[in-house]
Design a protein around this ligand. Structure first.
Ligand code: CCH
Length: 286
């Protein structure tokens, strides 16, 4: 491979910035995973709009969506990597960073291919409101994820990313972490969903979430209404139970579904080259 497209070198530099003692739980990992997910999760299969291609979050229309609040931290973490490897597109960098972060946090290896462009086609810009709302229920999850082309099993597998990171009241309005060790990828989220008692709590800002308080350790964990909905819907709950008891199966399924997520809207030829993006057109100027 020519030096110009040395993705291995980029992977190494992303891995090196994972440790961030001053930030959150000491890791850039969770917010990088969320950046990759939100960059891709705007996809609409019917109109073939949105998705990671184009890195539209650089611009106010998408970056300023309240659903993306806080993701500037992830983008700032990655700036030195972009400066060192200017040939990589933001669309590739953000999706690759999610994949590298998951691996660095002891998660599965996720197949990833490069070649995304930073050209934003105005006709493919996603409107706001395409990302899920944590205050809602199972119907909303299906509405959002079926639109991208995922099924119930894939929705549950993807939700397992809530093993990582935390909610911030100044970003989403919700507050707290789902698990005790939010920088290590595991199936703990599914196990806690089923094993702990979750009670509704109204936060000072009027936002409702579910919490469990452990008297012994005096720690409070949280779940979003959408997380709890996975246990209340028969079809979803089947997979919550599966992933709670079978970590290997969760890792396998998560790897496949995350790889699918970051490929949404991207068409490739037999050699893996993207056929529906035009790098020659240059950047988009909002
Ligand atoms: Fe999520 N997520 N997510 N999420 N998410 C939040 C944080 C993370 C929803 C809502 C929220 C996925 C699916 C959903 C991560 C990965 C994924 C927060 C807190 C909310 C709210 C944001 C804040 O305040 O900072 C909802 C609703 C859904 C519906 O399914 C999927 C899919 C993924 C990835 C595959 C990660 C990681 C975080 C932690 C971010 C951090 O900064 O720590």
């Amino acid at each position: 491979m020519s030096k110009k497209r040395d993705f291995e070198a980029v992977r190494k530099d992303i891995a090196k910035l994972m440790h961030q003692p001053e930030y959150d739980d000491g890791s850039a990992g969770p917010v990088l995973v969320r950046l990759a997910w939100h960059s891709a999760g705007t996809y609409d299969a019917e109109t073939d709009t949105g998705g990671s291609n184009g890195a539209g979050m650089r611009y106010e229309a998408e970056g300023g969506d309240p659903a993306n609040a806080g993701l500037q931290h992830a983008r700032v973490f990655l700036e030195p990597v972009k400066a060192k490897h200017p040939w990589i597109t933001y669309a590739d960098l953000w999706t690759l960073a999610g994949v590298v972060a998951i691996k660095e946090m002891d998660g599965p290896t996720i197949p990833w291919k490069g070649g995304r462009t930073d050209y934003v086609d105005d006709s493919k810009l996603p409107p706001r409101g395409r990302l899920p709302d944590g205050a809602k229920g199972a119907d909303h999850l299906r509405w959002i994820f079926y639109r991208m082309g995922f099924n119930d099993q894939e929705i549950v597998a993807l939700s397992g990313a809530h093993n990582l990171g935390r909610c911030h009241s100044d970003r989403s309005g919700f507050e707290g972490a789902w698990v005790n060790n939010p920088t290590r990828f595991s199936n703990q989220y599914f196990r806690l969903l089923l094993s702990l008692q979750w009670r509704k709590k109204m936060l000072k800002n009027g936002v409702e979430q579910f919490v469990n308080f452990d008297e012994d350790t005096e720690t409070e964990l949280m779940m979003l209404p959408t997380d709890i909905a996975l246990t209340q819907d028969k079809s979803f709950c089947k997979y919550v139970e599966l992933y709670a008891r079978d970590k290997e199966r969760f890792f396998e399924d998560f790897s496949k579904v995350f790889a699918k997520l970051v490929e949404l809207g991207i068409q490739r030829d037999n050699e893996g080259n993207i056929t529906n993006s035009d790098n020659e057109k240059g950047g988009y100027h909002a």
